[in-house]
Design a protein around this ligand. Structure first.
Ligand SMILES: Cc1cn([C@H]2C[C@H](O)[C@@H](COP(=O)(O)OP(=O)(O)O[C@H]3O[C@H](C)C(=O)[C@H](O)[C@H]3O)O2)c(=O)[nH]c1=O
Length: 185
């Protein structure tokens, strides 16, 4: 398995080994012991699957408190996936990193707890599958504006389809006291 670090410490790209033959292919999509060797928690407690059409952007979302780490992948189609460091006091606070995930490249992206996460669909349809290190906690769910100028995320889709919640999300600078995680805590 190939593991690539990004410019944000802890945000990693995984490329699992793929065994192809005349029947098709086989790959292990998760192995707690092996992924823990690269710093991931062994405990993932919830798996999610969403299906979206071209141009749909889900995010930027995070839970605070009770943050979720997410190991994300694409089973059908292609997305541009983004992680944002929102930890107050972090040396990379407000920085983002993105990666193209697709059924074809079979890449996985690890977004640690206390990072905001979102993706936009760049294929006709995308099936988005991910593992979470903690449970969904609706009262802790927060949104961050996808096109916050201070983040400057270079989304490959200029006019995405958003939920009302995401359309109305605040900018990072508009987040109130206690709404953001603190680095090192
Ligand atoms: C996330 C979640 C949602 N729901 C329910 C709540 C709503 O009635 C419905 C749709 O939720 P939402 O519009 O928040 O779904 P997404 O926009 O895909 O949200 C996700 O999108 C970005 C990419 C993320 O990283 C998060 O995992 C998550 O926030 O599913 C649940 O029942 N359990 C869950 O874990």
């Amino acid at each position: 398995m190939k593991v690539t670090e990004t410019e944000l410490p802890g945000v990693l790209v995984f490329e699992p080994r793929v065994f192809g033959d005349e029947r098709g292919f086989f790959m292990e999509t998760f192995n707690a012991r092996r992924y823990a060797e690269h710093g991931l928690p062994e405990r993932f407690v919830q798996d999610n699957l969403s299906r979206s059409a071209h141009g749909v952007l889900r995010g930027l979302h995070f839970q605070h408190p009770n943050p979720q780490g997410k190991l994300v992948s694409v089973l059908e189609g292609e997305v541009f996936d983004v992680a944002v460091d929102i930890r107050q006091g972090s040396p990379t606070f407000g920085r983002w990193t993105g990666v193209t995930l697709s059924a074809e490249n079979k890449k996985q992206f690890y977004v640690p707890p206390d990072f905001a996460h979102g993706f936009v669909v760049t294929s006709e349809v995308a099936l988005f599958y991910y593992k979470c290190t903690d449970y969904y906690s609706p009262q802790d769910e927060r949104s961050l504006r996808w096109n916050d100028e201070e983040l400057g995320i270079e989304w490959p889709v200029s006019s995405p389809t958003l939920s009302e919640k995401d359309r109305e999300a605040p900018r990072l600078s508009e987040m109130g006291e206690g709404e953001l995680p603190v680095y090192g805590v």
